[in-house]
Design a protein around this ligand. Sequence first.
Ligand code: ATP
Ligand code: MG
Length: 732
Amino acid sequence: MQHLLDGLNEQQREAVMHINGPLMIVAGAGSGKTKVLTTRIAYLLSKGVDAFNILALTFTNKAAAEMKERIEKMLGNNEARNLYIGTFHSVFARILRAEVHRIGYPSSFTIYDSDDSRSVLKTVINELNLDDKLYKPNVVHSRISQAKNALMSPAEYAMDHHIQQEDMRSNRPAIAQIYQGYVARCFKNGAMDFDDLLVKMHELLKNFPEVLHKFQHKFKYIMIDEYQDTNAVQYEITKLLAAAHENICVVGDDAQSIYSFRGATIENILQFQKDYDDVRVVKLEQNYRCTQSILKVANEVIKKNIGQIPKELWTENESGEKIKLVRTMTDNDEGRFVADIIQEQKLRNHYYNRDFAILYRTNAQSRSFEESLRRMGIAYKIYGGLSFYQRKEVKDFIAYLRVVANTRDEEALKRIINYPVRGIGKTTIDRAIVTANENNVTLWEVLERAQEAGFKAGTLESIKGFVYMIKSFQTMLQTHNAYDVAVLIGKNTTLVKELFNDKTVEGLARYENVQELLNSIKEWTESPSNAEGEVGEKTLGVYLQQITLLTDADNDKEDSDVVKLMTIHAAKGLEFPVVFVGGVEETIFPSGMSINTREELEEERRLFYVAVTRAKHRLWLTFANARYRFGNLVQNEPSRFLEEMPEEFVDRSYAGGGARNQGGMGAGVERMQRSFGSTTAQAEKMYGPPPSKKKDAAPARPSYMPAQPPASKVVEHKPSANFEPSDTSNLQ
Ligand code: ATP
Ligand code: MG
């Protein structure tokens, strides 16, 4: 199998060939960590290791799919489809389906996305008579999530002195109580949130020796990519699984640890060497991704971090262009500038749309880029916004499927019980829920035995009809596939017809979305393998799990020629020929919420390092003099990270001289002058006529832009307006 090793450097080869015993690869960005992991799996298979005995945990399902494809190419067979490969969440969800009955969940348990979780929390908060203005479901959810990822049960949470003090200080002493209610409610609903997929997996391994034994012997070889971003529960699970064979290979870069807000800790990298005897450590130092200029800038900036394993990446790649710093007047100008450059670069350097990525610190920043791209007719896609499966009409339809798969799922049941309207009003539903709670049964059970609950005759009829309908779907599912059942649901509920009859533009879009959903179910039921690539049971439960755990990046079709917009968090592990990083300003990047301690600032700097090292050939960093945030016009200084970049690799000619030098004459500055009355010919040429002074006026339209924005080829999503690190949708 020599050809597998062809082209690898010596250290990469060493890592691929070390197959027995613990192995840690710590290496900088673009040094081939993921490539080594992929090759190592192919190598194991070529040495006769059974694919069924290999577990590989990746950062996205897309990365897993890509790895599998490459392995198949390397080996010329399709053994790779038998690998257990995917994100922590998707792989464990799959295992849980088979094992979770031991702890009282149905094997068709529902997976709650963050929306569902918040809705359950809201119910719990209201039932406890707490104020949901104070106990904001978002805030409470993130506390609970932290606790779960630290493997802290509600009881332990309530007993932890430090945590209790913290909750008291934030004036929310009842979080422990909510946590307990939330856990009970999810269990009753036969549902798990994302964190539960890890927590319950751990619980099974910890409390059921036969389960532990089974999987320890199944997974003889374990590999984990992006190990620097694993948290306590992920660490514990992999430690348990690897204990029997100790053939565990972890791959990571301490300089790219960017998920500490979700409980990830670099400590896991340091701890690894203590957990096992004889850990082989391999360092990779040659970068194959970036130009010299890009790499030099990345190296130099990350050196400012004190808590970093020192390493110096080098590359044989060409020196490339300098990194371009760009100052613009406003965020709208920033958007226009980037769209202009994309247009220009496509012509000048023959790039396609798909060669460009626009990265930003927070989702809300996507708006100005989106507007300009749309206006210029450049196809783009935003990753991490509202995903297809979170749109209302799609969720409503899916809720039917969820109830059919798992009648305990109260959230789904509440969504559809009176949708489309069938005469089961809010009072009835509330009453049914109270009855369910009082008798400690599920909402579904109350509905099933509605005649005992004393509803009015008309209501009773409606409920009976509803229950009968759901049961008929369930019966059909025993002999038909998920797609057939979905079609029947569309028909019998009159859902599709109602949407079809709505002839407004929005109505049409909703109808198309539901059709698209049906198409995707069809495609899934007919394809030989599911998204994880393995031939598995095509149950409705598996379908639902798969769509819930899908991240936007997983939806990406390789052939779609679009500019990609995403947060830096979501760009981890990816690479693009040309990268723009927007909003490189104080209070945005570094985030205003992360400059209070050195640890926080260092995490922001690592994020900057991740952003810069996504670029293969060209990199533009942009910042605006002023932008609207939270409805106010704010002026930010250029980011401190810009000052940390070595001058010789940076072209500041668009930035008005030095990063903090307000006196230069870059395009942005000229534009600033123009706004104050002195228009310049060059700015006119670049941006078209000056905008109206009105605050909310539409941005100016340069002559080459069409009057009507052409429809984007790709369905785009509304950016969310929050400024939290909004990447939690991207599951590990
Ligand atoms: P990140 O830290 O961003 O996750 P990484 O260390 O995982 O990066 P890869 O994505 O595996 O790096 O590799 C970066 C690029 O370098 C890829 O395009 C890969 O194909 C290429 N590459 C890696 N090793 C070699 C090699 N020995 N020869 C040629 N190209 C290589
Ligand atoms: Mg990688």
